[in-house]
Design a protein around this ligand. Structure first.
Ligand SMILES: [Zn+2]
Length: 132
């Protein structure tokens, strides 16, 4: 069970088929979408999403879930082309909200404790014995 001290937030994402550059070949329609909250991907009831564009989108999603520098292209660029060269679909990744998580709820790896973190950044010894 997490505490306030181990909170962090991730963006919730929506990936939607938006107007493309020509005919759509794959089994996706304009307006089809999926959403991602944390590690959980969800589709509207009855809607499917083809495997190959999903595979192209997957590497980008963890970065889009996290805060990125305002100048980073990962912040500004939202549209991803379908990997089928004959398909005109464009997928738009939108940050639709934020979800708060607790470190302890999502990993078995402990956070470094406050005491070990301060000892890791220990200050240099004082110069009382600095005799030359
Ligand atoms: Zn496609």
């Amino acid at each position: 069970m997490g505490t306030a001290a181990d909170e962090f937030t991730l963006y919730d994402l929506r990936v939607e088929v938006v107007e493309g550059r020509g005919k759509m070949i794959c089994n996706h329609q304009l307006g089809d979408y999926f959403e991602l909250r944390g590690e959980d991907l969800s589709l509207p009831p009855g809607q499917t999403f083809p495997l190959y564009p999903l595979a192209a989108l997957l590497p980008l999603l963890p970065a889009k879930q996290r805060r990125t520098h305002p100048n980073d292209w990962m912040t500004t660029d939202t549209d991803i082309a379908c990997p089928d060269p004959h398909c005109g679909a464009i997928f738009r990744i939108t940050r639709i909200g934020e979800t708060r998580f607790h470190h302890a709820d999502v990993t078995a790896v402990p956070l470094p404790s406050a005491s070990s973190a301060s000892s890791a950044s220990s200050e240099p010894p004082t110069s009382s014995d600095d005799k030359r």
